[in-house]
Design a protein around this ligand. Structure first.
Ligand SMILES: Cc1cc2nc3c(=O)[nH]c(=O)nc-3n(C[C@H](O)[C@H](O)[C@H](O)COP(=O)(O)O)c2cc1C
Length: 271
């Protein structure tokens, strides 16, 4: 069990810990960490239903509710989804696999059935609304799961092959999977720790934007390198190297560099 003060000291680089927290209660979500290994303990129907109800209770733009979540339970389907999402083991091993879909199509169908055209479903604004809606719903569920003692990890690999994924899930035209999510009860042997983040001041600005300072980048890079070393991630170099590669080399996008064309082919609104 990770205490909040231990989480806080892992979270921020030495010398950049927020000082104004005395007396405030940051809460247990401060200790969030992505976990990709799970125990055999099943997630009950009651637990899942409670999580879905919580997700549906999240705010949604104009109450449009432009999202759908697909609970993938069929092992054969999960094996195929795994192949489409970068082969990541948690897609088949996690007790629960959810695919979160930005979905203007349901409302567009209803609009057409009631004298409308559904034309604004073709706009980028509607797509952004759906992506925001599905993300808020998903993170509300994820936070509720963590508060309940469960563990999980998002899977952006769901955007590697959007058309094939849409076919596997029989998604209607105009809908697409934004990410998947593995969920379960944590494996007692899982060593995932609270990961460092940039100094608070690098991302929370007062009144106007303030570019990040070199010493903030250096402190965070050192903290992250220390994290990788401690947690045996020899495959990872420094954070600076990692983001530089990611924001330079299209090959690091695993096919997602073609996303606009694939989304267009799926009928997703980009206009
Ligand atoms: C939208 C999204 C997609 C992600 N996709 C993956 C993924 O495909 N595979 C993976 O192992 N982790 C994935 N992650 C987890 C991130 O790598 C993780 O959140 C990040 O490294 C910070 O670590 P932490 O969550 O433990 O603080 C994803 C996270 C988010 C929010």
């Amino acid at each position: 069990m990770c205490t909040e003060s231990a989480a806080l000291s892992n979270r921020y680089p030495e010398g950049f810990r927020p000082e104004a927290l005395t007396g405030a209660a940051p809460g247990p979500l401060l200790a969030h960490r992505s976990r990709r290994r799970f125990s055999d303990r099943p997630v009950t129907e009651a637990d899942l239903t409670s999580l879905f109800v919580t997700a549906q209770s999240a705010p949604t733009s104009s109450n449009l509710q432009l999202w759908t979540v697909i609970h993938a339970t069929d092992p054969a389907l999960r094996t195929r989804l795994r192949a489409l999402c970068g082969g990541q083991q948690m897609l088949t091993a996690a007790p629960v696999l959810l695919v979160w879909v930005a979905d203007p199509s349901r409302d567009a169908v209803i609009a057409r059935q009631h004298g409308g055209t559904g034309a604004t479903a073709g706009l980028l604004e509607t797509t952004l609304t759906a992506v925001v809606d599905v993300t808020i719903a998903a993170q509300t569920l994820f936070a509720a799961a963590e508060l309940h003692g469960m563990a999980g990890c998002y899977i952006g690999g769901a955007r590697n092959h959007p058309e094939e994924l849409a076919t596997e899930l029989s998604l209607p035209r105009g809908a697409f999977a934004v990410f998947a999510m593995a969920l379960g009860w944590p494996d007692s042997g899982d060593t995932a720790a609270v990961r460092p983040r940039l100094p608070l001041r690098s991302v929370v600005h007062s009144n106007t934007y303030r570019p990040i300072q070199p010493e903030e980048v250096a402190a965070f890079d050192a903290a992250t390198t220390g994290y990788y070393r401690t947690h045996g991630r020899a495959d990872h170099q420094s954070w600076i190297r990692q983001i530089t590669d990611r924001l330079t080399d299209p090959a690091t996008m695993h096919g997602r560099e073609q996303l606009v064309q694939e989304l267009r082919d799926l009928g997703v609104g980009l206009g």
